[in-house]
Design a protein around this ligand. Sequence first.
Ligand SMILES: [Fe+2]
Length: 272
Amino acid sequence: MPEGGSSEVRVTGEAVAGDRPSPAAREALGAIEDDIARGGFAFRSGAEMGTILGARALDEWPAFAASWDDLGIDTYMADGGRYRRRRFCALGVTGTAVSRKEHQPHYQSRDHNQLNGGVERWFMPVHDAITGNAFAQALIRYCAMLFDRASSMTSGATPWHVEMHQFRIEATQTEQGAPTPEGPHRDGVDWVCVMLINRTNVRSGVTQIFDPAGRSLGEFTLTDPIDTVFLDDRRVFHGVTPITPLDSERKANRDVLVLTFRREQDSNPAQG
Ligand SMILES: [Fe+2]
């Protein structure tokens, strides 16, 4: 189980009392919450997210994004693919305090991932400097605040178990890259935040949202850095179409951050 080694070992960011969201960020919070309540998801452009997260966070964006150049190959791909690179870590969030947990495997049940689920998958840990990065900290705290509001519960009472995934999907002329090889799916948590870090030479990679009956609720493409989608994982399925290179002579890269949020005390059977 992912929470198996859940002892909190070190604080990666200060619980900064003065680091409250700006009025613009608070206003955006309500609008995002409304979108999620209506349709089960909310898309926000990188420009909007930049305003929400603020200048101090954006100062550290370059270092945050550059860390995607140092990921390990995902050797667990049951389709035999070697087109996915990643790092992973687990965090706890209580209020505005974000703490890093002991390194642990990522686990999804086969119900939620028929391709790669059912086994504990160990990935290289996210660097401490990246979980401690001001951009990461601001985003994690903002998500926690949003998901607290959307679920009418506070993380002060019931902390969040957060999993952070850094992904790079690569594609070449001879091998397409599948961001979601398992097809449309739920992650088996409560809430998900997917943020585009960068796209280089990428064709397609369209994000698609479905209801549980498989009806389309919307589709859009994360094209610019910091473009973000928030998902109510209990209500909607998500998937991303395979990518191929625009210029077939060069490799295509699609870099994405995924944050999943689940209530700490929730013995969500989906997480096995
Ligand atoms: Fe997913």
